[in-house]
Write a protein that binds this ligand. Structure first.
Ligand code: PAF
Length: 290
């Protein structure tokens, strides 16, 4: 069997290429759509640390770059999705990733039947991000399921930035009893608190400044909780704060529990926000400490 490190990372495109390699356990994986930034690097670093310190021998870190066509609601968004494979390779190399898996669509969806057999995100897939993007989370879960089947990780790292995605992946892994541990990694922010996202590249300098107000609204929510205010009152305050900013087209600001349900007293809380700024849709969230 070929050893996995001939270049760092080793780039493979097919399941066959992936499966002939000898992967040392634990296998820690990070699934991405490319356009990698520091937020992804943080996931890979966590994966590397886990792989190196969770067994007697160093494990394997696999990163996937696959722009999943089925999870886009707007075909233009898919068509214009950045392809930055060269710099993605560099990001993976810096984080000491072992294998970079870059499959074609046919590799993930070998026939129409597989594509039709979508996993359902259920009612949780229809709120927050799902309300604006019907079918999006079914498609995300389906591709995550396929990537788990193919890469066979022991542990999977997802960013908390896409918190609804993280909750849904955890829900799927539990419901289907998949033999993988899902670890959420805190959001990486810029100096003004703006959550790192591939979409930030589309913002002008002025919009970037405005975008940091989303984080300010989230910290306002934290302040409200610390002062003992009710979540419903805080939501009203934060909505008013964001609606007063002309450049922000607010979609939602909600305070829910960590399962994204209406919170009961004393449950852990999470504030989530989505808005369009300069034509770019941005999302963010933080956990609230009571
Ligand atoms: O978060 C993403 O980049 C994507 O939704 C994912 C998990 C790679 C599935 O395509």
């Amino acid at each position: 069997m070929p050893a996995i490190k001939t270049t760092n990372p080793l780039v493979v495109h097919t399941q066959n290429e992936l499966h002939v390699l000898e992967h040392k356990h634990p296998i820690a994986a990070v699934f991405t759509m490319g356009a990698l930034h520091e937020g992804h690097a943080r996931l890979m670093d966590e994966a590397r640390t886990y792989a190196d310190h969770s067994g007697n021998k160093a494990g394997t870190v696999i990163v996937t770059v696959f722009v999943n066509p089925t999870q886009f609601n707007d075909p233009d968004d898919f068509a214009n999705y950045p392809n930055t494979l060269d710099s993605d390779f560099e990001v993976c190399a810096k984080s000491d990733v072992d294998v970079l898996f870059v499959p074609q669509v046919s590799e993930i969806y070998p026939d129409e039947k597989v594509l039709a057999e979508r996993i359902s995100a259920g009612s949780l897939g229809n709120i927050l991000e799902g309300a604006a993007r019907p079918g999006h989370f079914d498609a995300v879960l389906t591709v995550v399921y396929r990537l788990i089947q193919i890469t066979k990780p022991d542990v999977l790292f997802f960013g908390e930035k896409d918190f609804q995605q993280l909750v849904l992946v955890r829900q799927m892994v539990k419901a289907l009893d998949l033999p993988v541990v899902v670890i959420g990694v805190p959001t990486v922010r810029d100096i003004n608190g703006l959550a790192l996202s591939s979409r930030n590249k589309k913002l002008t300098v002025a919009s970037l400044k405005v975008a940091s107000r989303l984080y300010q609204a989230l910290t306002l929510a934290q302040q409200g909780i610390s002062e003992g205010k009710a979540p419903a009152d805080i939501e009203v305050e934060c909505v008013a704060y964001l609606q007063a900013i002309a450049e922000i087209e607010l979609d939602y600001f909600e305070i829910l529990n960590e399962d994204l349900q209406t919170p009961k007293p004393n449950e852990k809380l999470r504030a989530l926000v989505a808005a369009r700024i300069g034509g770019v849709r941005l999302i963010d969230n933080i956990s609230l400490n009571r």
